[in-house]
Design a protein around this ligand. Structure first.
Ligand SMILES: C[S@@+](CC[C@H](N)C(=O)[O-])C[C@H]1O[C@@H](n2cnc3c(N)ncnc32)[C@H](O)[C@@H]1O
Length: 187
């Protein structure tokens, strides 16, 4: 399914970040939540690599993982030429990445869809170097899918990583006004 979705994935403002204002909103947000460069980021369920590329532009080393070969192909084309950046086909729930190597595990709009999110979070915590952080962008969408911020905080508590929430209600992130719950949690 995600191979097919890849073709038009970037047409959504928050996916392709083609609009300068939306792109700047995400850049400002992520830079404010991440440690300063140099730092290493695992982007799990990286999709077409838009966030990976944004961070690579800022000087971060980024390793992206996605189980869709077509997403990974597009991410590699978009951002694979930045130094220290790589993309690999794999399961975000069991990322084929080195333990204790990442300053940041970033995941946008994937945790909610994993069959066992607590098990996945435990593996993500294992990827973190000392002092590392989880940056989880999620939502509870008008479609009925997703996770509320309270649910995501509960999952983090289960893995011993209390988190803080920042609500992302501004239209600048989505290219339109939104009515549902969207947020980022840092743990
Ligand atoms: C909604 S998209 C988000 C893409 C990207 N994180 C972003 O925000 O632009 C979900 C992505 O997660 C990937 N995905 C979903 N479940 C996955 C899993 N278990 N392992 C790896 N990738 C997964 C899909 O292939 C898709 O690229």
């Amino acid at each position: 399914m995600w191979d097919a979705e890849a073709v038009a994935f970037d047409d959504q403002p928050d996916h392709g970040l083609r609009d300068a204002g939306v792109r700047d909103a995400w850049r400002t947000l992520l830079v404010s939540l991440l440690p300063p460069v140099p730092a290493r980021v695992a982007d799990l369920g990286c999709g077409t690599g838009t966030l990976s590329g944004l961070l690579a532009e800022e000087g971060y080393a980024v390793d992206g993982v996605d189980f869709s070969a077509e997403m990974v192909r597009r991410a590699s084309a978009k951002a694979g030429s930045y130094p220290g950046t790589s993309f690999v086909v794999g399961d975000a729930a069991e990322p084929p990445l080195a333990a204790a190597s990442y300053d940041v595990v970033l995941c946008r709009h994937v945790l909610w869809a994993l069959p066992d999110p607590v098990a996945a979070l435990r593996r993500w915590v294992d990827l973190l170097a000392p002092g590392g952080r989880l940056v989880l962008v999620e939502g509870s969408w008008s479609t009925g899918a997703g996770l509320t911020a309270a649910e995501t905080l509960g999952l983090l508590e289960e893995v011993g990583r209390p988190g803080t929430v920042r609500v992302l209600e501004e239209a600048a992130y989505w290219g339109r006004r939104i009515e549902d719950e969207r947020y980022v949690v840092v743990g």
